[in-house]
Design a protein around this ligand. Sequence first.
Ligand SMILES: [Zn+2]
Ligand SMILES: [Zn+2]
Length: 363
Amino acid sequence: MVADYYDVLGVGRGAGQDEIKKAFRRLARDTHPDANPGDPTAEARFRDVARAYEVLSDPAKRAAYDRGGSFEAGDLFSSFAGIDDLLSRFFGGGFGYQFGGGGRTGPAQGSDIGTRVSVTLEEAAAGAARQVRFRAAIPCESCSGSGSTAGVDLATCDQCHGQGSVRVTRQTILGATMAITACDRCRGRGKVIVEPCEACLGRGSIDGERGVEVDIPPGIGDGARIRVPGKGAAGDAGGRPGDLYVEVGVAPDPRFERHGADLIHRVKVGLAEAALGATAMIPVVGEDDFELEIPAGTQPGSVFRLARMGMPRLQRRGRGDLLVEVMVEVPDRLTAEQEASLRAFAELTGEQPAPPAKRRHRS
Ligand SMILES: [Zn+2]
Ligand SMILES: [Zn+2]
């Protein structure tokens, strides 16, 4: 599930921008991977905090989110790569923190891209493959992403002497830190382009459309995010590509109510069927209907548990259960004949129904 952004920042829905900024600043400091060495969950928490802040700090995005989060993937994630910008604002210019490694010592990494796909409950149960298409920076074909005209060698950078990095001391809210930062002349490559590729002007990437095949695992939940490493936007020449994040929407299925791996199905039976017993056909996701014996004397609201007929458990063995809740239908219109037999029945049980004049017959 996608966490509620207000919960992530620990602020109320009416929180003002100052309060949101303050909460972000505190959480960014607490969850920043540099402040949590050896804690692999810190980076994920930090990203969640940054993402929540990205949306709630922007009035337009926040309004869209408040309306029910039905905003375009582009709106949701367009500034996903802006985490670096965000950090610069709070942690001092050019902090250059990069996920998945120490300081920034290489060329700029490609930005992460977010997109959404929608699947049916059946597809969520069986697993599915989806082709997602989006516009993003893609590697330039002319130079294979190097940014340099084919056949012309790169020259060693004379500022860093080919090291790609320089040492700097920086004042951050975490204290003074010695950082190794990318050489700004060669952008960390250690080499400079002598003759830039004409197609991409030396960037190594061009704007284009990318198609990525995404595997949606069986048992996926509504709102789950799948990370496809390296399938985001291309980085600067020599830089790593960003990641692709695919948010999966599972369309509601009117036959079922889903609770994790368990499903609830409500089956309607008649008055006589509940009293005398009956057979009901119960839909099972991804399988043929199941013939359920409803025993005589079944009460309204009774629940039958069909073990392992629910959804597959995500990334685990087994399936959840299918819970069948029995709804006994009380007829609201009766023919004269039906009413007569029901009155005869009431006489035998000693029930005292309202007199006939108060009821209308079905024509
Ligand atoms: Zn090129
Ligand atoms: Zn350099």
